[in-house]
Design a protein around this ligand. Structure first.
Ligand SMILES: [Zn+2]
Length: 98
């Protein structure tokens, strides 16, 4: 049991981290080439990368960096007590600015 901070790991690569605050750490995962959250060591959880299902109509979406080149839209960490979702927002365009 660690008292000073939390340890984190990635199920898709060898990335590990140690944090002392309450923020959810992210890293650019070598498997998908996107910023994805890490899983806390000792906490049962799974990481799911969600692909865009809607049409990509001229948006500059972020594609994964691997050979599959998939248009991932979010990464979801599901734990027994909830979820954390990281959304890969399309690159901002000049809309809705007043
Ligand atoms: Zn990773």
């Amino acid at each position: 049991m660690t008292v000073n901070g939390k340890d984190w790991w990635c199920p898709n690569c060898t990335e590990v981290a140690h944090t002392v605050d309450s923020k959810l750490p992210h890293h650019r995962c070598v498997k998908v080439g996107l910023m994805v959250p890490l899983l806390q060591v000792g906490v049962p959880a799974k990481l799911v990368l969600v692909e865009r299902e809607d049409m990509i109509a001229g948006e500059h979406v972020q594609y994964s960096g691997d050979e599959s080149h998939r248009p991932y839209m979010s990464a979801v960490v599901t734990r027994d007590d909830g979820q954390d979702t990281t959304v890969f927002a399309p690159t901002a365009t000049a809309e809705g600015v007043s």
